[in-house]
Write a protein that binds this ligand. Structure first.
Ligand code: HEM
Length: 213
């Protein structure tokens, strides 16, 4: 019974860890895309050129570098887990001349790191191009960009999480034009964050999926 209970909790936790983060990633990327129509068109062109099937499968995602760059850029400005999960220092240590005492609770502020002008050129602009031809990746080795964390406790769902986000966005852009209702000015969308374990939008995005035919 105890074993069954533990298994049940783990399944629920995996579900929660995987859904809110994926939703946050897709919502923020879609919001940036409706604000930057030229970027959405570039992704649509890439899809037209590279995908020759009706439905997109995950084996085709590697042919879409511009889509991948766009998602990295959305995760830089809107990290789905903005403070990572709390970590604890297992022993006293020194980091950049700061002493971190044993047992301190550590939060890593990805949100601020992604907007740091010492690290990123023109940090508040949405520019997927910054990742084209760059080796910067989200696999936990490049400390400027850690949407899935790093090290032993980094997200175990990263391979499926990133593919889901890529597949959802690619499929939506392939089939639909994303249009704002009531002639809303895209540049007037409320981009305020709603902080929590997962980063939501203060005012959720409302978008119409208009069939391309
Ligand atoms: C775009 C989607 C996702 C993002 C951005 C994301 C991000 C993260 C981040 C930042 C952490 C904390 C890492 C740290 O504190 O160092 C984490 C932990 C975790 N994630 Fe994900 N995640 C995603 C999808 C998923 C999926 C699909 C699953 C499972 C089905 C999953 C399961 C977990 C679990 C179990 C942990 C806790 C790991 C631990 O504490 O050792 N995640 N995730």
């Amino acid at each position: 019974m105890g074993g069954y209970y533990m298994k049940n909790i783990t399944t629920r936790e995996l579900f929660v860890a995987g859904t809110n983060t994926t939703t946050s990633s897709v919502m923020w990327a879609m919001t940036e895309l409706v604000r930057h129509k030229e970027i959405m068109s570039k992704i649509a062109e890439e899809l037209k050129k590279e995908i020759d099937t009706d439905k997109i499968s995950d084996s085709q995602l590697s042919k879409l570098p511009y889509l991948q760059a766009t998602i990295k850029e959305a995760m830089r400005l809107h990290p789905p887990v903005p403070l990572l999960l709390p970590h604890m220092a297992a022993e006293n240590c020194e980091v950049m001349n700061y002493t971190i005492p044993k047992n301190s609770k550590i939060f890593v502020n990805l949100w601020a790191m992604g907007r740091d002008p010492k690290v990123w050129d023109d940090p508040l602009s949405f520019k997927p191009e910054r990742f084209i031809g760059s080796k910067l990746d989200i696999k936990g080795q490049d400390f400027e960009l850690l949407p899935f964390g790093s090290g032993r406790r980094m997200c175990p769902g990263m391979p499926s999480g990133i593919k889901s986000v890529q597949l959802i966005l690619a499929s939506l852009i392939n089939e639909f034009d994303l249009v704002l209702p009531n002639d809303v000015d895209p540049m007037k969308l409320d981009m305020s964050d709603k902080f929590g374990i997962a980063l939501k939008m203060e005012t959720p995005l409302k978008v119409i999926f208009k069939s391309k035919e």
